[in-house]
Every structure is written in C-alpha cells, then in structure tokens.
Design a protein around this ligand. Structure first.
Ligand code: DGJ
Length: 715
C-alpha cells in the first residue's frame, strides 16, 4: 500500500500496478490497472484525469462506477449485486467505512446503513507474480432475512482499448477451446448452471486489444477460482465504458442471510500483461505454482503415470493388471493408477457407484496383491473414486435414497445412470470420508483420481432448498479432510476429463485431468488452451492407444508420445497389445520426459503464433539457460516449406547449442533438410539467442502429424 491517506489504494508489482478509489463515504472502484506508473503519480492525478460529464438523454451527472455496481448507483445497464428483503431493501449503495492494510493489499470495508448491509473487499496484488486477487463478503446486519440473487465478486472497469474478448469453451473431449470476438455494445455473458466448472464455459476471460497476440500487446486475464455455477460478463456501456464482472451464479433462494450471516464470493484471480498472452500465462502459472500447489508436491518430480482406464475399462482382472504394471514399470512408469471398476457391483457404468468397498467378485483376495505388486515394482499406487455420485443400482442408494440432490416433483435427468449425493449433509460427507479413509489406510496408496461425471441438474436438498454453492464448499472441505488425514496422498481433479480444472479446486488438489481425449492431435490444441491459465506440470497428458478410442483416428507413437511428454506425462493404453517398436519408442519418450521434466515443470511458457496448420510452443528456464520448443505439423501445407521458427524468451546475448531431440529417428522427406545440414539430430549447432529469436530457423518440410522437439542449451 503506497498512499498512507487511504483515499486511494495503490498496489505495485514488478511490472503492473492497481489503483482503487476508496475514499471514505464513497463507493469503491477500480481506477487504474496497468503498467507501473512513476512513484510520483498520485491516485488523485488518475482520478482527475478520469473526470466525466453528464449528457443529454442520460443522467445530468456522470454516474460513478463501483466494485459492486449495486442498484443504488442507478446505473441503467450493469448490476453486480441484486438482493432484497421480501421485495424491499433492494437499492443498496455501499460507501467505504474503512480500509485495513493486509500483506500486499487491503480490506475495503463498506456499509450501507439504509439497507443494513456490509460489503467487504479483500484485495491483494502479489509483488512477484503480479497476480491480483479479489474476494468479496456480503453481511446482513438487518433483523430480517436477506435474499441474495447475485453478487459478482467484483465489477472492474477496464480500458476501452480492450476491444477483444477471448472466451474459453468446449465440450467433453474438446475442452479449453478459445473464441475470440470483437466487443459490441451491450453484454457478453457466459453462464454456467451445470453445478461443476463445466466443459462449455471455463470460468475465465481475456480482454485484449485487437492486435494483441502471443508475444505483444496488452491483455487482462480474469479467472474465477470456483468449481460451480458462474456468470462471466463483459458489458460495454452506453457511455462507452467497459466493465468486466465475474461471480458465482446463484439460484433463486439459494443464499438467504439471517441477521449476522455472510456470503463470501469466490475469488477473482487476475493479471495484466503488456507483452501478449504468453506473458500473461506465465503470471498465472507462477500463481498456481507458488500460491496454490503444496510446496512439498512442488519440490517432488511429478511421477510418470500409467492409468488403466483405456486399457481395461471395467474388465478388471488382477493377473492382467499385474502384467500391465510389470510392463509399465519396465517402460519407466512411476505411478500406477487403478481407474473405475474396482468396487461394489461396478462392472459397468450402470451400478455400484457409492459402494466404496473392494469388490470380492473381482478381487477375491482384495486389492492387497495388486498394490504389493505395484509397489514391489518401485511404483506408487493410485486409485479412482467418484465420491459425489451414486448409482440408483447400489447398496448406498437403496439404504439412503434421500441422500441425493433433486427437485421436488421433477424426475431426475438421466446422466450416466447416476445421481448426485448432497455432500453438504454431514452424514453423507462422513460416510464418504470414512470409506476413502479406510481404503487409504488399508493400502499403500499415494494418489486419488477424484472424478465427477454429471451435472447437478436439479441441485435441491432434502429440505427443498438449492444446495449448489453448498455442494462446492462441501467438496472443498471433503478434499481438505482427506488431504489432512493423508497428506502424502496426491489428489487429481477429474470431471469427465477437464470439466473441473479451475483454480478453486486447485487449492485443494494437486493436478487435473485435462481431457478424456487422448487423441494427440486434439490434445495439442486442448493442452494449449489449458496452458493459458494452468502450468504444464498439473495437466495430466497421457499417451493413448494407436487407434484413438474417442476419435477413431490412428496416430503414430512419435506424435502421441511427444504430445504427452510436455505436460504431466502418463500412459493410458493397453501395453499388452501395442506394437513392440512403439513400446520401444515410448520408453525413449519417457526417458526424455524425465531428463527434461524439471525444465518443463518449472520453466516459463512461450506459445508462438503460427499458421493454423501448425502449433508451436516452448518452455524456457527462468534463468534462460535452457529451453525446449515443440513445433507440430497438424495438417498439410500449401507451401513447400513452413516458415521460420523464431524462438522466444531466450537471452539475446547468449549462445545456445541447438539440437533436435524428437522424433528419435527423424528422417527428412527429402534429405538433406536444414536438420541434416546442421546436424541438429546429431552433434547440433551453436547460434546466438538474438539470431534464433530475430532471424529464426528455417523449418524442414515434414509430414502432417509430426512434432519436432528442439532443445536449446546455453553455452
Ligand atoms: C471419466 C474420466 O474422465 C475418465 O478418465 C475415467 O476415469 C472415467 N470417468 C471412469 O468412469
């Protein structure tokens, strides 16, 4: 906090700063967010430069903005807070009462005496990462119940020069798609009522200038750290101003506050970059790494996974699983994850969910022999749960049909033959904890794949009230309870692939399952989309079978392996049926991943802009001593040769030794290409960082579905 008289709250990071207006007795608002202005620039200067006039046809005075955009402001378009008491007390106007300093931030405490409500903003800007975090808490000080219909965590006025909105969308097996559109007047709104983070509306937005790309231009990134219903808005007001607001989306009657009760919104995690999208992602990655991930997990290399799902599905057999484990260990796998199908009557997806007891039918001697086999091979054991769900055909549902969420008088919507348990009920959470705890206590298990495979279509509890927000909090509490009882166990957040991969759940888990598509071509794009917010080490990236189950495509091992090795690498294919030469290649890819895992998992990301039929990105060590860049040929090119690869993020002053490290057996379509001429596949060649970045390297012609991996080491 730079200004001592708290009329303005100024927070600085290395390369960005924020300035809030928080004068006592006025509504708080965001005045400025962008590059660091000189020390001498006062909040007052910015405020004076922001003075606006009234106009004919609109109010005679310029209406102020506020962080809540509450009804009392009288704004004709945007409202970030909607609440009432039996139809009254809807017109709050919050005024700052005091500002309390916090590490790297402050709490702005506001109050509206008329409607007897309090609204507090907790704001901080991390000096190192430049990440801005805002949360808000609404408190009812009135004697009667307050119905809260909406509370955007914050409404942020951003520069009108941000003409483009980038939204993140998709579906099952096509997560993290980007949609870039030019702002128009009115509203850009994304709403999610699925009860989970969702495939179709990732809770994040970018606002950028029209010419912002990966390496240049201004961009604001806003992420809502929340694994439930959300509303993301970008409003272009009739007076030209731009307001972005993000918050949990509330169902009618869901949040009712009695005297003294509070509702806290999920946190907005934001960042500003003056140097394009990649620099923005680097900030988010550093945030996830330093603020969300547990330090002990950060310092441990991420073990290479083997996951049984696509190899065996529900067809569990201890001997076959042991054979798979043996084969996996021989390839260099370090963790074996037993997926769905080990418990109750779960022989297909029609029955058994909720009965978290090892199946006697499939495992007559229990899981012990398999776990011993896996650990005996030097691997860690992991296991799948889907705690929030129950099949109607299960012992649990027969005993407790009232434990599920629903809506009175409305049939359950069919969705993978399962219902959602109301885990906000203590007895339900206790049952689930007891079961998970027992399985973890009985076996040497170090990893949980925590799945969640349906929407909360009708999120009503047994009392008829909506439990969607409560369900998310209960999930976080259950994850924490498991974590504190078993701190050595890592938890993966999975939801039909990547439908629960937000920064909210990442505060309670250790990695995410990025997508159920193991199709390397789709994965290249999905992982690129996820990388806008999430660092590679938490993105589960698995090598799938040659014949992709989801798309039916056949993709070479060279392409599949390199696609997985740049994230948190794993395998998800039947090692007993894959071709031997492919397994030999896979083993090399795993060794390569391990050799570079530290760089991949700690470096800075640089996505490069390319023609649509190519994809290129790299990871550069933070001290710029080393880098890895992948260049993918997705489909055929009209030109004889692709353009040049202009590496990014290197030290222009240093020389780098450049080699091609994948594919192992690179063969030019027509030799010699530059690769042979410079012997990049052999001894390599040395170039200056400046030349590699500014002149760039001519790429060879390659067949579609090829990915070249280049290694650069400073000499
Ligand atoms: C959905 C997950 O995304 C898959 O990886 C797998 O675990 C299945 N569920 C199991 O039912």
């Amino acid at each position: 906090m730079r200004e001592s008289y708290l009329q303005y709250l100024r927070l600085d990071s290395n390369d960005s700063m924020v300035l809030f207006s928080c004068e006592i007795g006025t509504p708080p608002s965001l005045l400025y967010w962008g590059p660091v202005l000189g020390e001498a620039v006062s909040g007052e200067q910015i405020a004076r430069l922001s003075l606006r006039q009234g106009m004919h046809g609109v109010a005679d005075v310029a209406l102020p903005m506020s962080l809540a955009m509450e009804a009392g402001l009288g704004h004709p378009m945007v409202q970030g807070l909607a609440a009432h008491r039996a139809g009254k007390d809807w017109g709050s106007l919050f005024r700052v009462g005091k500002v309390e300093a916090m590490p790297h931030g402050a709490k702005i405490v506001c109050r509206d005496e008329q409607t007897r409500l309090g609204l507090e903003y907790s704001i901080d800007l991390d000096p190192e990462t430049g990440v801005l975090r805002i949360a808000s808490t609404l408190t009812n000080y009135g004697a009667t119940t307050l119905d809260l219909n909406e509370l955007a965590t914050a409404c942020l006025e951003l520069p009108q020069s941000m003409t483009d909105v980038v939204g993140f969308t998709g579906r099952w097996t096509q997560e993290f798609g980007r949609e870039r559109i030019a702002r128009t007047s009115g509203s850009y709104v994304r709403e999610n009522r699925s009860g989970r983070t969702s495939h179709f509306s990732y809770p994040a937005l970018l606002l950028a200038t029209a010419d912002t790309n990966e390496s240049a231009g201004e961009v604001y990134g806003l992420h809502l750290a929340w694994s439930g219903n959300h509303r993301l808005r970008v409003d272009t007001l009739t007076d030209g101003r731009l307001v972005a607001s993000l918050g949990a989306l509330l169902f009618p009657g869901e949040i009712r506050l009695a005297l003294g009760e509070s509702y806290t919104s999920p946190e907005i995690v934001g960042a500003y970059s003056a140097h394009g999208f990649s620099a923005l992602s680097q900030k988010f990655h550093q945030h996830v790494r330093t603020k969300l991930l547990r330090p002990e997990m950060r310092s441990k290399p991420r073990p290479v996974h083997y996951n049984t799902w696509e190899a065996v599905y529900f067809d569990h057999d201890t001997d076959r699983l042991k054979d798979l484990a043996t084969k996996a260990a021989a390839l260099g796998v370090e963790r074996f994850v037993l997926d769905d199908g080990w418990f109750g009557a779960r022989r297909n997806d029609l029955a058994g969910l909720g009965d978290w007891f090892v199946s006697d039918d499939v495992y007559p001697e229990g899981l012990g022999p398999l776990v011993d086999h896996v650990t005996g091979l030097g691997m860690e054991m992991g296991i799948w749960f889907e705690p929030e769900m129950v099949n109607p055909d299960s012992e649990l549902y027969r005993a407790h049909p009232d434990w599920v969420l629903g809506a009175e008088g409305v049939d359950q919507i069919p969705f993978r033959t399962q219902y959602v348990l109301d885990i906000s009920r203590p007895e339900v959470a206790d049952y689930l904890f007891e079961r998970i705890d027992a399985v973890l206590r009985d076996h040497d298990i170090r990893y949980i794949k925590w799945d969640m495979n349906r929407d909360l279509s009708h999120p009503g509890g047994v009392d008829g009230a909506v439990r969607a927000v409560a369900q998310v909090h209960a999930l976080y509490a259950l994850l924490d309870r498991v974590r504190s009882a078993h701190p050595q166990v890592e938890i993966e957040s999975c939801s039909s692939g990547g439908a629960r991969a937000d920064m909210g759940v990442l505060a309670h888990s250790d990695r995410v399952w990025t997508s159920d598509s193991n199709d390397a071509l789709d994965r290249q794009n999905i992982q690129r989309g996820a990388s806008f917010f999430l660092p590679p080490e938490i993105l589960g990236c698995h090598v799938g079978p040659a014949h992709c189950h989801v798309t039916g495509r056949r993709i070479s091992m060279a392409m599949r392996a390199v696609t997985a090795l740049t994230g948190h690498m794993g395998l998800e294919l039947n090692l007993l049926t894959e071709r031997e030469p492919d397994l030999v290649q896979l083993k090399s890819a795993i060794a390569l991943h391990k050799a570079h895992r530290r760089l991949l998992h700690e470096g800075d990301i640089y996505r490069l802009d390319t023609a649509p039929h190519h994809l290129c990105s790299g990871v550069v060590a933070r001290d710029k001593s080393e880098a890895l860049f992948s260049f993918s040929y997705m489909w055929g090119d009209q030109h004889v040769l692709p353009g040049r690869l202009q590496f990014a993020g290197l030290n222009a002053e240093r020389d780098y030794h450049l080699t091609l490290i994948w594919p192992e057996a690179w063969q030019a379509v027509k030799a010699p290409s530059l690769i042979e001429k410079l012997d990049l596949g052999g001894g390599g060649a040395v170039f200056s960082g400046a030349a590699l970045m500014q002149a760039g390297m001519q790429l060879p012609h390659a067949q579609p579905e090829t990915c070249l991996l280049f290694h650069l080491k400073a000499v």
